[in-house]
Design a protein around this ligand. Structure first.
Ligand code: 3PG
Ligand code: MG
Length: 391
């Protein structure tokens, strides 16, 4: 990657506009998951410490463009501003009217209200992008989680800002992903869980070319089991993708569960039973991998030099079906290999099982993480590269 890095610039007294991905869960007006805010703080603190006038911007959810935030206040970044103030020990004012300019002092910080209410954000409108560019001396793209979107505050502004550079979080994300995906130490294992093959088809396809072993879990594994001719009962399964699953099975070594946890209902007090995969009854659902499968996954993880993890292997939110994902999280934590995890559910599992400090790198990206693995160009990164190349 050849882009300009924030740390290579002298930003004292400069107006620095930083795009972060502060799209965090908010419940009852409070931040309910702070991983993305915490990941952004070092960049913000660096810019403040370097004497810049710091403007931070982000989206939250998918509000309607052109509708004032007061009329869709569930998308307001107010809880995030308050949370950031607490972390910084310094007031972070939330500014709603910023597009036509405003005053700010050195070492001061403001947060712009949700950028997705501005008409033209989603369509990457050049006029809107230029307005953002006019606000700053330096634009810093640091929102890895939104780098797969070509929008006014991620891609457009990078074309027109006097200087456009990569922030340290974006740079660290790209370095970790490059290490795991583009130039990994072998053996490489990827664990792809979650509910549907259809939503992860591209990533499964890309990974079969790159990994030594692909471990599938969750609903995805059910489709693979069905593709081998097994009865999966009432389990979540995409019967139109059995041929696709068979094709993937031929491309690389895919580790399928040999035993599973089944139940007749998906609830906290369901009766959960361990069965061999060949013994699943018509009225049962597969809701987790069994202990024998978890041990097999553990063996592959223990010997891997690179581990890529996206998606839980069971319904870990419910205790009868949490065992497989818990084991997996602990096995990854114990591994000496380079481990990279990404995606919303994966992060929730990492939190639930308390292994965050034992995973080598936890990406803040969901869609962006998957698109990078698929080998797609992230448009916001491409824009920074073009600027670094003098375009
Ligand atoms: C995400 O959470 O996936 C990112 O913040 C991007 O959000 P989006 O999918 O609404 O563009
Ligand atoms: Mg998304």
């Amino acid at each position: 990657m050849s882009v300009i890095a924030l740390k290579d610039l002298d930003i004292r007294g400069k107006r620095v506009l930083i795009r972060e991905d502060l799209n965090v869960p908010v419940k009852e007006g409070r931040v309910a998951g702070d991983a993305r805010i915490k990941a952004a703080m070092p960049t913000i603190e660096y810019a403040l410490g370097a004497g810049a006038k710091v403007m931070v911007m982000s989206h939250l959810g998918r509000p309607e463009e052109g509708v004032p935030i007061g009329e869709q206040s569930e998308f307001s970044l107010a809880p995030v501003a308050e949370y950031m103030s607490g972390l910084l020990g310094k007031e972070v004012p939330l500014v709603t009217d910023y597009l036509d300019g405003f005053d700010i002092n050195d070492h001061d910080i403001v947060l712009f209200e949700n950028v997705r209410v501005n008409p033209g954000e989603k369509a990457n409108d050049p006029d809107l992008s230029k307005k953002f560019a006019d606000l700053c001396d330096v634009f810093v793209m640091d929102a890895f989680g939104t780098a797969h979107r070509a929008q006014a505050t991620t891609e457009g502004v990078a074309r027109y800002a006097p200087i456009a550079c990569a922030g340290p979080l974006l740079a660290a994300e790209l370095a970790a992903l490059e290490k795991a995906v583009e130039n990994p130490s072998h053996p490489v294992v990827a664990i792809v869980g979650g509910s549907k093959v259809s939503t992860k088809l591209d990533v499964l396809d890309a990974l079969t070319d790159k990994v030594d072993t692909l471990v599938v879990g969750g609903g995805i594994a059910n489709t693979f089991l069905a593709a081998t001719g097994l009865n999966v009962g009432k389990s979540l399964c995409e019967s139109d993708l059995l041929d696709t699953a068979r094709r993937l099975l031929e491309k690389t070594r895919v580790l399928l569960p040999t035993d599973v946890v089944v139940a007749r209902e998906m609830s906290e007090d369901a009766v959960a039973v361990v069965k061999k995969v060949a013994e699943v009854a018509d009225d049962e659902m597969i809701l987790d991998v069994g202990p024998e499968s978890a041990r097999e996954i553990g063996k592959v993880v223990a010997t891997a030099k690179t581990i890529i993890w996206n998606g839980p292997v069971g319904v870990f939110e419910l205790s009868p079906f949490a065992g497989g994902t818990r084991q997996l999280a602990l096995q990854i934590a114990e591994s000496d290999g380079f481990s990279l995890a990404g995606g919303g559910d994966t992060l929730a599992a990492i939190d639930q099982f308390g292994v965050a400090d034992k995973v080598s790198y936890i990406s803040t990206g969901g869609g962006a993480f998957l698109e990078f693995i698929e080998g797609k160009t992230l448009p916001a990164v491409a824009a920074l590269e073009a600027r670094a190349g003098g375009q």
